[in-house]
Each structure stands twice: as structure tokens, then as C-alpha cells.
Write a protein that binds this ligand. Structure first.
Ligand code: COA
Length: 345
């Protein structure tokens, strides 16, 4: 096999009673695996090319482990050794190309590449992901097919137990798959698998991060990072602030936040911000918002639409408390993160 593969993941997951995948956990997903590793996995699981999720039976694991060891891939060999003890369904997911995710193992591999920080948001093709993933009940006993949930609930009660359904969603919480190094996440249910949380990021209880979105780190996140939104280093999303997503509701501008920006508490943006921008607490800037541009002496220079200011740096947006007009000034006091808050990540 000479072609460079896009990704490989050796996983253990959950299937419903019909043998359909509900989710897959990959201990160490790989991006652009070495030729030797690709050869070792491919030959051991009879990979025929393309993007495939190949169910593994235990009989194959000895061969796979030996091939990985011979290829000098001790970490992956150790994972296979651990899989040998599993009574759960196992899978080798091999992606030759970054095509649309076509199955649950493929979708979960891509989401885990993001959360393991191997690719950044927008760096991987997730088209059609919603169609590929089932809606699942995430419980204290793991993932359960929604059709099988009533029976599982009854069985739990009959055993004198409570089956706690923590969420019903296509995306589980990220931290049940990976906790990337150097982060604090106050409320783990608010970060979905497929989020990219950069080193030095603190996410407080009000913070939320969707899949294919996240932070470069360090940063303080007390607001919502919608799908597709990426926040640059040193930025602070204040309590309850909002970044507009593109998945629903008609917005189609991809939002991002540059470095050392401050979105004030309850502020929001429907345009991307450059570096060192501040949005006043409570002000929501949509793309069509008319903005009065002020000079250093607070004189009106011109009127712009917020979308014309997209991505520009060193701007301060505020709503004039006397006139109600949205104003834009040069931002002279860009923020610095409070180092003490991030020292223990
Ligand atoms: C927009 C913001 C950054 C302005 O703060 P600032 O740069 O420190 O400005 P100041 O409050 O010192 O005000 C400077 C001048 O602008 C005026 N000003 C400030 N905001 C104004 C507004 N919305 N309308 C009219 N004038 C305003 C002040 O009255 C002051 O006028 P002066 O020079 O005549 O005294 C601040 O109000 C803000 O919203 N910060 C966000 C904080 C936050 O939410 N953090 C996250 C916590 S979770």
C-alpha cells in the first residue's frame, strides 16, 4: 500500500440490538499515519482500499498486534493488546481520503480527530455528518438506542436501579472521549464531541462549545461558541455572550474571533472579528447593523455596515447610551487575560 492514508482509528464502541453502531471510542486516533503503520493495519484486517469501517473479531487482534509491534508502533500495539480483553464491538476505521463521513465509525473518528487537536475546525470534511449519526440516549450505562430505551429503563427499575439519561443527542460530550491537556471545563456537558479546545482554555459553566468549533487557547470562555466558530488566543468571551452559527436560522457568514478580543457579557457577534477587538457588554452586532464610525475626538467620520468591518482589527463597538446608535472606535485598551485564572489549567 503506497498511498498516504488520511486517518486510522482502532476503536471500541456500542451497537444496538440490530448490530448497528451507536458510537465508537478511539483511544488514539491517527491523522496521516506512517506508511509502516498503514501497511501493518491494512494487511492484518484485509483492507481493500477506500474509506472503510472494518469490524474486528478477536481472532485478528493477535496478528494486528504483532504487525504493529514489528512496524515499531508500540502505542498502537498496546491499544490492540488492551482491546483483546474487550467483549464490546471493535472496529478498525481506515480513511483513505477526507470524504464525507459515511458511517458512525467514520463520523466518530473525524470528531475525535478534532477533539484530540489533530485537526482544527474547518480542517476536516464533515458534510453529511448529521445524516450519518444516530440520535442516542447517553446514560450512566453508556449509549442506548432510543427504541431500546424503554426496555432498558424498565429493566433498571426491576433491578432496583435508576437509569440516568443524561442527554439525548447525536453528539456526546467531548470529555467522555478525550480530555485534552491543559484545560478547565466547569460543566463538561456543555462541550460537544468534535470541539477543539486549545491548551490554556478555561470554560466556565455558562460557556458552550459546539462541534467543529473551539479555541486556539489560552482563553476564557463564558459565552457560546457556535458550530464553525473559532476563537483566537488570548480572547475572552464574557458571560452569556453569543457567536452566531451557520447551522440554522439563515446566517451564512462564518464567524471567528481573533486574538485578544473581548466579547462583553451578553454581547453577540454576527460578523467575524479581527484581533484586539472589544464588543460592549449587551451589544449584539449583526451583519446588517449600521455602525457610526468615530475618530479619536468622537467625531462622526462615516456610517458603515457591520459586515464591511468583518475581520478588521483594533475596533471597539458600543451602543451609545444617549442616542442608541451603534458606534465603532479605535480600541485602545486591548485585554489581557487574568494569568492567575489560567495558571492551574
Ligand atoms: C465597552 C467597554 C469596553 C467600554 O469600557 P472602557 O473602554 O473602559 O470605557 P469607559 O467606561 O472608561 O468609558 C470611556 C468614555 O466613554 C464613555 N462611554 C462608555 N460606554 C459608552 C456608551 N455605551 N455610550 C456612550 N458613552 C460611553 C464613558 O462615559 C466615558 O466617557 P468620558 O470620557 O466622558 O468619561 C465596557 O463598557 C464594556 O462593556 N466592557 C465589557 C466587560 C465585560 O463584559 N467583561 C466580561 C465579564 S463576564
Amino acid at each position: 500500500m503506497s498511498e498516504q492514508l488520511f486517518s486510522i482509528g482502532l476503536g471500541v464502541g456500542t451497537q444496538n440490538a440490530k448490530g448497528e453502531w451507536l458510537e465508537v471510542y478511539y483511544a488514539q486516533p491517527l491523522l496521516n499515519p506512517s506508511a509502516a503503520l498503514a501497511e501493518a493495519v491494512g494487511a492484518s484486517v484485509n483492507y481493500q482500499g477506500g474509506n472503510q469501517a472494518i469490524s474486528l473479531d478477536k481472532g485478528q487482534l493477535g496478528t494486528l498486534e504483532a504487525a504493529l509491534t514489528a512496524a515499531g508502533e508500540a502505542d498502537q500495539a498496546a491499544i490492540v493488546n488492551a482491546l483483546k480483553t474487550s467483549s464490546r464491538p471493535l472496529v478498525a476505521t481506515i480513511l483513505a481520503t477526507d470524504d464525507n463521513p459515511a458511517s458512525v465509525p467514520e463520523g466518530y473518528l473525524k470528531l475525535q480527530l478534532l477533539s484530540h487537536r489533530l485537526v482544527k475546525p474547518h480542517g476536516i470534511n464533515l458534510n453529511g455528518l448529521f445524516g450519518a449519526l444516530p440520535n442516542v440516549a447517553w446514560t450512566n450505562k453508556g449509549a442506548i438506542d432510543l427504541d431500546e430505551l424503554p426496555e432498558a429503563q424498565l429493566q433498571a427499575r426491576l433491578n432496583g436501579e435508576l437509569l440516568s439519561v443524561d442527554c439525548v443527542d447525536k453528539f456526546p460530550k467531548m470529555t467522555n472521549y478525550v480530555v485534552p491537556a491543559g484545560v478547565r471545563i466547569a460543566h463538561t456537558a456543555r462541550v460537544r464531541l468534535g470541539a477543539y479546545i486549545g491548551e490554556g482554555t478555561t470554560i466556565m459553566h455558562e460557556g458552550f462549545v459546539n462541534f467543529n468549533a473551539g479555541t486556539d487557547g489560552p482563553g476564557m470562555i463564558e459565552g457560546r461558541i457556535s458550530a464553525g466558530v473559532f476563537v483566537g488566543s488570548g480572547s475572552d468571551l464574557g458571560g452569556g455572550s453569543s457567536t452566531m452559527g451557520t447551522l440554522s436560522g439563515g446566517g451564512n457568514i462564518v464567524i471567528s474571533v481573533g486574538k485578544e478580543c473581548l466579547l462583553g457579557a451578553n454581547a453577540g457577534i454576527g460578523i467575524p472579528l479581527g484581533d484586539r477587538c472589544t464588543v460592549e457588554s449587551g451589544l449584539y452586532i449583526t451583519a446588517g447593523t449600521k455602525v457610526t464610525m468615530l475618530d479619536d475626538q468622537n467625531n462622526v467620520v462615516e456610517t458603515a455596515k457591520a459586515r464591511d468591518l468583518a475581520g478588521k482589527s483594533d475596533l471597539l463597538f458600543r451602543r451609545n447610551s444617549a442616542t442608541g446608535a451603534v458606534e465603532c472606535l479605535t480600541n485602545k485598551t486591548a485585554i489581557e487575560l487574568n494569568q492567575e485564572l489560567h495558571a492551574n489549567n
